[in-house]
Design a protein around this ligand. Sequence first.
Ligand code: SAM
Length: 305
Amino acid sequence: MKNAACNSAVFISRPIWSYINKIREISLKERIISDQEYSNFCEYLESATGIVLGKSKHYLVSSRLNRLMEERELLTYTELLDHLKKTANAGLREQIIDAMTTNETMWFRDIYPYEVLKETILPELSKITDRPIKIWSAACSSGQEPYSISMVVQEFLSRQPSAFPRGIQIVATDISASMLNYSKRAKYDEAAMKRGISEERRRKFFTQTENLWEVSPEIRSRVSFKSLNLQQSYSSLGKFDLIFCRNVLIYFSADFKTDILERMGAITNPGGYLYLGSSESPTRYTSIFKMVRAPGGVIYQYAPS
Ligand SMILES: C[S@@+](CC[C@H](N)C(=O)[O-])C[C@H]1O[C@@H](n2cnc3c(N)ncnc32)[C@H](O)[C@@H]1O
């Protein structure tokens, strides 16, 4: 009887054991993230970048981090977070930031900001002749935004060559190291070029090398790239006449949006302007920027009361 029970236990345990192994294999491969690990990871990401993931984006985290964890032979998210805490592991932190930021962008995104820039803002700024004009592209991703601004400046200068005698400087920043490297390289493939570059601008502002299109030196020369996390101080950047902070505030908490907008106000020259993404507005977060309707679209002017 004892033996029979024993045999049947062995008989039952084999399929269960192989089932357990299968589940383990799958969970290691897909690195299932538990609710507790997800909540710890969200806390880490918000403290490192300001990005708020919200509830139940478990899949987003595992799909974006799976490859990185495989490369680093990390089996669980607890292990990943321990690694980040224990070692001052700048490389791992950088990789996580690269993986978790959304870098969607395109040339002349939404068109109207660049029309308003050309028709309203640059004519106004061209009256300033005693100092350089400064523009900040505050989350520049792969560079299309600051280079688009520079192309509009070039077009304005071809109409009015004596404008901006002290020059225009465009400072482009992002938190993602890989995006900054990509931006500095200034070479784009056909898929990127198809997103917003007209044939005329392609001819005027790019040269083709094999299957890549390189931004011309005159467009690049006005743009400088720097690594900057929007959580850090902006004071080393100097003062700006125009700030592009487009399609990035959407990832942050209300408090962080207020903090960013007020610190951007503090480094905006009197009467300077702010551009946000087409679905973003400063009004719920601060009163220091007033909405201005320009032909073609809406911009915000720094006007503290
Ligand atoms: C969706 S892209 C927007 C790019 C561009 N401004 C546009 O509108 O096309 C958002 C960018 O914000 C950057 N980003 C996210 N969090 C950031 C932070 N805390 N500091 C600086 N940049 C950040 C990302 O790396 C990403 O390149």
